[in-house]
Ligand binder design. Structure first.
Ligand SMILES: Nc1nc2c(ncn2[C@@H]2O[C@H](COP(=O)(O)OP(=O)(O)OP(=O)(O)O)[C@@H](O)[C@H]2O)c(=O)[nH]1
Ligand SMILES: [Mg+2]
Length: 442
């Protein structure tokens, strides 16, 4: 990321043709730039219908220009928006003019990064902007919007305040070592640790749901050939995405499809059946299956209920110990078994669709979805991990409550972890990681 003080420009609308296309510019002061680009200055927040001239003064397009004077803008800097016709040629020409007048092309997420660096929004809100844009259904969009409006940040900040208060109290005790710490003080510290722990737990559970809504679950269908993985994918997605035949070894390439369960995006990948084979193409398919399974959050081990004696799968020993697994018995219609879920396993028929609701429920459960509230706000794995670090520190603090220095130290750890969520204490490389995933122009 280069100098924060330079002028950045980008096409903010998606690539392709559309009714309107927007070029967006941000910089610390855009007066001179606007004169160069449009031949005049603009009244802030007033839409001006005008020609957008090229270098020789001939209009590239006619449209609406709006200027926002910093700090009252998205980025906190001066912002200029040119709303022209949504033609890639026109947009490219306008962007080129911006560069000729001294702007450089923005990197992904750079406008939002500036909004964060200029304290217009915190890091959770910045991330929720990306989540809102990426949302694949209304529930995900709603929860991203709640994070953007500050619901999640407010909860984190309230927690940080509580931890800070507890720290201040304890540090004050430490400043007067000659005074004995009495039982009343000790129990008051214990009480506030308990309260903080309960609030972190509640926030963590809500953030876990929010994370699933924002990021979705990657699910891989894995198992022996012919057990019905592709049939299951097709049934789930409601479309004939994968080829199904009675011949073992039908699927070679991985086939992907997405669905939503209760608003949680679930990305399914059907894979080649796992078996030792001399067929070169099938062997590559098997390698791809394992690679897809390795990237999944949840692996469904599909088995054939009509052949229960068959070995379940051929995942190499010690493979992916951290990846959650769920056994799914398919073809219960042939076996005459009851569909549904029992003892941590699920019983379905891809042919008739029996047992599919139980499968959906089991997938959400294994992925850590907390029933009850839908996602109160969107969150990310990073937030959940930070809350877990904070919770662990508070647990340790509770265990050493007699030794006030240690309690103070653990509370500092908890405070740092929580501060990292909203971005009060954040390493530069983390910022690079977060904003690089944005689309250009946001
Ligand atoms: N009776 C019955 N047949 C099924 C069911 N699911 C799949 N089949 C049949 O089982 C055969 C294999 O199904 P596929 O979906 O191709 O199996 P697969 O696991 O994808 O197989 P590979 O791609 O070879 O690994 C097909 O003839 C399906 O019609 C089921 O629930 N009941
Ligand atoms: Mg298949």
């Amino acid at each position: 990321m280069r100098d924060r003080a330079d002028i950045i420009a980008a096409i903010a609308t998606p690539p392709g043709r559309g009714g309107i296309g927007v070029v967006r510019v941000s910089g610390p002061a855009l007066g001179q730039f606007t004169r160069c680009l449009l031949g005049r200055e603009l009244v802030p927040r007033q839409a001006t219908y005008m020609g957008f001239p090229d270098a020789s003064g001939e209009p590239i397009d006619r449209g609406i220009a709006i200027a926002f004077a910093g700090p009252h803008s998205y980025t906190g800097e001066d912002v200029l928006e040119l709303q022209g016709h949504g033609s890639p040629v026109v947009m490219a020409a306008l962007l080129e003019r911006c560069v000729a007048c001294g702007a450089r092309v923005a990197e992904p997420g750079e406008f939002t990064r500036r909004a964060y660096l200029n304290d217009r929004i915190d890091l959770v809100q910045a991330e929720s902007v990306a989540d809102l844009i990426e949302a694949s259904n209304r529930a995900a969009a709603r929860s991203a919007m709640r994070s953007l409006s500050g619901m999640f940040s407010d909860r984190i900040r309230a927690l940080v305040r509580e931890v800070t208060e507890a720290r201040v109290f304890i540090e004050a005790c430490l400043d007067f070592p000659e005074e004995e710490i009495d039982a009343a003080t000790l129990s008051s510290v214990q009480r506030s640790l308990k309260r903080i722990q309960a609030e972190i737990d509640a926030t963590r559970s809500a953030a876990g749901n929010g994370r699933l809504l924002a990021e979705g679950i990657q699910v891989a269908l894995v198992g022996r050939p012919n057990v019905g993985k592709s049939s299951l994918l097709n049934r789930w997605v409601g479309e004939e995405l994968a080829i199904v035949t009675p011949h073992p070894g039908t699927t070679r390439d991985t086939v992907r499809g997405s669905i939503a369960i209760g608003g949680v995006p679930v990305h399914l990948v059907d894979t080649a059946g796992l078996r030792a084979t001399d067929d070169t193409v099938e062997r590559i398919g098997v390698e791809r299956s394992l690679a897809a399974a390795e990237r999944a959050d949840l692996v469904l081990i599909v088995r054939d209920a009509s052949r229960p004696q068959e070995w379940p799968e051929m995942l190499p020993e010690g493979w992916g110990p951290d990846i959650a697994r769920l056994t799914v018995w398919n073809k219960v219609d042939l076996a005459g078994w009851e569909p549904g879920s029992r003892e941590g396993q699920v019983f379905v028929s891809a042919l008739s669709g029996a047992g599919m609701p139980a499968l959906q429920e089991a997938v959400l459960k294994v992925a850590g979805w907390q029933p009850g509230g839908e996602g109160e706000f969107s969150a990310r794995a990073r937030h959940v991990a930070a809350l877990e670090r904070a919770a662990a520190a508070v647990t340790r603090a509770t265990g050493v409550a007699g030794a006030m220095e240690l309690v103070a130290e653990e509370l500092r750890t908890a405070q740092d972890a929580l501060g990292g969520v909203t971005g009060e204490v954040t390493a530069d490389d983390l910022l690079g990681e977060i904003f690089s995933r944005f689309c250009i122009g946001k």
